[in-house]
Design a protein around this ligand. Structure first.
Ligand SMILES: C[S@@+](CC[C@H](N)C(=O)[O-])C[C@H]1O[C@@H](n2cnc3c(N)ncnc32)[C@H](O)[C@@H]1O
Length: 210
């Protein structure tokens, strides 16, 4: 389900900063070779993530769910030269594509890929994070949130994608939808954060740690 009328969505897309050609090629290759290529965040959400990185003055960002690297590279563009983006995935085919595009970009050297189940990677992380982008397996959203919040600096932000799950959250009848509803409820009842659930793309939750 698209929440916004297609023409209006196109207008918003066309009036958001244009990404470099590299992103266009990454999209083309992802659509030609990968299953579920629409998992890529695309221009509007990608520019939004980059904007959040800039506004937070973030230096250390964690991404959970890299896929072929679109959102990782967008966020890396928003980081300062000495910034770091750690990104997790378990799909070696996606990793191979992401590594090639990261190598082509001057911002790619800010990105550290950690392959393996993200929960294990998070457990190994020390030191404060400025921002976390959750965009992997829905069943673990609550676990990712619980593991990341203590590692987030005060004033840091957790951003979670697909929190409206094509609108199915209002009538959950499968495990992924129920997991997403549980995540939204967990965040919304957590006194440690202020949160807003946005209807951008497939729904984006912002949880700011006070
Ligand atoms: C929605 S896609 C991420 C899209 C990406 N953010 C982008 O904009 O291109 C979700 C990714 O999470 C990865 N994933 C699924 N389960 C995972 C896990 N347990 N640990 C790490 N990554 C996982 C999948 O392999 C997939 O590439």
């Amino acid at each position: 389900m698209q929440f916004i009328n297609e023409e209006v969505e196109r207008f918003a897309h066309d009036h958001s900063s244009r990404e470099s050609d590299l992103f266009g090629r990454l999209q083309d290759e992802t659509y030609a070779t990968m299953q579920y290529p629409q998992m890529q965040v695309g221009r509007i959400e990608g520019q939004f993530l980059k904007m959040l990185v800039r506004l937070l003055d973030a230096r250390r960002v964690l991404e959970i769910g890299m896929f072929t690297g679109y959102s990782a590279l967008m966020m890396a563009e928003g980081l300062p030269d000495d910034g770091q983006l750690i990104t997790c995935d378990i799909n070696p085919k996606a990793e191979e594509i992401a590594r090639r595009y990261f190598a082509e970009s001057p911002h790619g050297r800010k990105i550290e890929i950690r392959m393996g189940p993200a929960l294990e990677t998070i457990e190994e992380l020390t030191g404060p994070l400025d921002m976390v982008f959750i965009d992997a397996d829905k069943q673990n959203y609550v676990n990712y949130y619980n593991a990341c919040l203590p590692r987030l600096r005060p004033g840091g932000l957790i951003v979670a994608d697909n929190v409206l799950w094509s609108g199915k959250v209002v009538q959950p009848d499968d495990d992924d939808t129920r997991a997403i509803v549980a995540f939204n409820e967990r965040v919304n009842s957590d006194a440690r954060v202020e949160n807003v659930c946005l209807t951008v793309r497939d729904g984006i939750m912002l949880a700011w740690k006070g």
